[in-house]
Design a protein. Structure first.
Length: 154
Protein backbone atom coordinates (compact mmCIF):
# COMPACT_ATOMS: atom_id res chain seq x y z
CA UNK A 1 0.00 0.00 0.00
CA UNK A 2 2.89 2.35 0.78
CA UNK A 3 4.22 1.88 -2.77
CA UNK A 4 0.86 2.85 -4.25
CA UNK A 5 0.73 5.99 -2.07
CA UNK A 6 4.24 6.95 -3.19
CA UNK A 7 3.29 6.34 -6.82
CA UNK A 8 0.13 8.45 -6.45
CA UNK A 9 1.97 11.38 -4.80
CA UNK A 10 4.58 11.21 -7.57
CA UNK A 11 1.82 11.47 -10.17
CA UNK A 12 0.40 14.51 -8.35
CA UNK A 13 3.81 16.18 -8.23
CA UNK A 14 4.49 15.52 -11.92
CA UNK A 15 1.09 16.84 -12.89
CA UNK A 16 1.73 20.16 -11.16
CA UNK A 17 5.02 20.66 -12.98
CA UNK A 18 3.03 21.23 -16.18
CA UNK A 19 0.27 23.43 -14.76
CA UNK A 20 0.58 27.09 -15.73
CA UNK A 21 -2.58 28.81 -14.52
CA UNK A 22 -4.45 29.05 -11.24
CA UNK A 23 -7.65 27.69 -12.76
CA UNK A 24 -5.86 24.61 -14.12
CA UNK A 25 -4.18 24.02 -10.76
CA UNK A 26 -7.46 24.28 -8.87
CA UNK A 27 -9.13 21.91 -11.32
CA UNK A 28 -6.32 19.40 -10.82
CA UNK A 29 -6.57 19.72 -7.06
CA UNK A 30 -10.32 19.14 -7.14
CA UNK A 31 -9.78 16.00 -9.21
CA UNK A 32 -7.06 14.68 -6.92
CA UNK A 33 -9.10 15.56 -3.84
CA UNK A 34 -11.98 13.44 -5.12
CA UNK A 35 -9.64 10.52 -5.75
CA UNK A 36 -7.79 10.80 -2.44
CA UNK A 37 -9.23 8.30 0.00
CA UNK A 38 -6.30 7.83 2.36
CA UNK A 39 -5.32 10.49 4.86
CA UNK A 40 -1.71 10.68 3.66
CA UNK A 41 -2.84 11.36 0.09
CA UNK A 42 -5.38 13.95 1.26
CA UNK A 43 -2.67 15.67 3.31
CA UNK A 44 -0.38 15.70 0.27
CA UNK A 45 -3.13 17.24 -1.90
CA UNK A 46 -3.65 19.96 0.72
CA UNK A 47 0.08 20.57 0.89
CA UNK A 48 0.26 20.84 -2.90
CA UNK A 49 -2.56 23.39 -2.83
CA UNK A 50 -0.75 25.67 -0.45
CA UNK A 51 2.46 25.26 -2.36
CA UNK A 52 1.46 25.20 -6.05
CA UNK A 53 -1.81 27.09 -6.35
CA UNK A 54 -0.84 29.94 -4.07
CA UNK A 55 2.55 30.20 -5.78
CA UNK A 56 0.81 30.42 -9.17
CA UNK A 57 -1.49 33.11 -7.82
CA UNK A 58 1.48 35.02 -6.42
CA UNK A 59 3.18 34.79 -9.84
CA UNK A 60 -0.01 36.13 -11.44
CA UNK A 61 -0.01 39.05 -8.99
CA UNK A 62 3.66 39.79 -9.71
CA UNK A 63 3.06 39.65 -13.46
CA UNK A 64 0.14 42.08 -13.23
CA UNK A 65 2.24 44.35 -11.00
CA UNK A 66 5.11 44.27 -13.51
CA UNK A 67 2.76 45.02 -16.41
CA UNK A 68 1.29 47.94 -14.50
CA UNK A 69 4.70 49.35 -13.55
CA UNK A 70 6.01 48.88 -17.08
CA UNK A 71 2.90 50.40 -18.65
CA UNK A 72 3.02 53.44 -16.37
CA UNK A 73 6.73 54.04 -16.96
CA UNK A 74 6.27 53.83 -20.75
CA UNK A 75 3.42 56.37 -20.60
CA UNK A 76 1.64 54.30 -23.24
CA UNK A 77 0.60 50.85 -22.05
CA UNK A 78 -0.70 48.31 -24.57
CA UNK A 79 -4.07 49.58 -25.73
CA UNK A 80 -5.86 50.20 -28.99
CA UNK A 81 -4.80 53.23 -30.97
CA UNK A 82 -8.44 54.26 -31.41
CA UNK A 83 -9.00 54.59 -27.65
CA UNK A 84 -8.73 58.01 -26.06
CA UNK A 85 -5.63 58.38 -23.92
CA UNK A 86 -7.14 58.66 -20.44
CA UNK A 87 -10.09 56.39 -21.16
CA UNK A 88 -7.76 53.81 -22.63
CA UNK A 89 -5.53 53.98 -19.56
CA UNK A 90 -8.54 53.43 -17.32
CA UNK A 91 -9.72 50.47 -19.42
CA UNK A 92 -6.21 48.99 -19.38
CA UNK A 93 -5.92 49.31 -15.60
CA UNK A 94 -9.42 47.89 -15.17
CA UNK A 95 -8.49 44.90 -17.35
CA UNK A 96 -5.60 44.22 -14.95
CA UNK A 97 -8.07 44.35 -12.04
CA UNK A 98 -10.37 41.89 -13.84
CA UNK A 99 -7.44 39.56 -14.43
CA UNK A 100 -6.60 39.62 -10.74
CA UNK A 101 -10.23 39.14 -9.71
CA UNK A 102 -10.62 36.15 -12.00
CA UNK A 103 -7.59 34.42 -10.47
CA UNK A 104 -8.76 35.34 -6.97
CA UNK A 105 -12.20 33.89 -7.64
CA UNK A 106 -10.61 30.62 -8.74
CA UNK A 107 -8.54 30.52 -5.54
CA UNK A 108 -11.67 31.00 -3.46
CA UNK A 109 -13.05 27.78 -4.95
CA UNK A 110 -10.56 25.83 -2.84
CA UNK A 111 -13.23 25.17 -0.23
CA UNK A 112 -11.72 21.80 0.75
CA UNK A 113 -8.29 23.19 1.65
CA UNK A 114 -7.67 24.25 5.27
CA UNK A 115 -6.56 27.85 5.79
CA UNK A 116 -2.81 28.39 5.74
CA UNK A 117 -0.33 31.20 6.23
CA UNK A 118 0.25 31.31 2.48
CA UNK A 119 -3.30 32.45 1.78
CA UNK A 120 -2.99 35.39 4.16
CA UNK A 121 0.20 36.56 2.45
CA UNK A 122 -1.34 36.15 -1.00
CA UNK A 123 -4.52 37.99 0.05
CA UNK A 124 -2.49 40.91 1.44
CA UNK A 125 -0.51 41.21 -1.79
CA UNK A 126 -3.70 40.95 -3.86
CA UNK A 127 -5.50 43.61 -1.81
CA UNK A 128 -2.57 46.03 -2.00
CA UNK A 129 -2.20 45.69 -5.76
CA UNK A 130 -5.95 45.98 -6.35
CA UNK A 131 -6.03 49.09 -4.18
CA UNK A 132 -3.11 50.55 -6.14
CA UNK A 133 -4.90 49.92 -9.44
CA UNK A 134 -8.18 51.36 -8.12
CA UNK A 135 -6.31 54.43 -6.86
CA UNK A 136 -4.64 54.86 -10.23
CA UNK A 137 -7.97 54.80 -12.07
CA UNK A 138 -9.98 56.91 -9.62
CA UNK A 139 -7.38 59.43 -8.59
CA UNK A 140 -4.29 59.72 -10.77
CA UNK A 141 -5.79 59.03 -14.18
CA UNK A 142 -9.04 60.89 -13.50
CA UNK A 143 -7.17 63.84 -12.01
CA UNK A 144 -4.85 64.07 -15.02
CA UNK A 145 -7.86 63.93 -17.34
CA UNK A 146 -9.74 66.68 -15.50
CA UNK A 147 -6.61 68.86 -15.53
CA UNK A 148 -6.44 68.59 -19.33
CA UNK A 149 -10.11 69.58 -19.48
CA UNK A 150 -9.33 72.61 -17.33
CA UNK A 151 -6.51 73.55 -19.69
CA UNK A 152 -8.93 73.42 -22.62
CA UNK A 153 -11.35 75.84 -20.95
CA UNK A 154 -8.70 78.49 -20.43
Amino acid sequence: MKGIETFYTTIIALTFKHVATCSDAVEMLENFQQLAKRSSITEYVHQKAAQSVYNLFMLEIKEVENQFDHGISKRRPPMQVSQPHYGGLAIWAYSLICRLDKAKQVIENLYFIPKSASIDEVNDKYNKLKQTLDHYIANQNFKAWTETLGDMNE
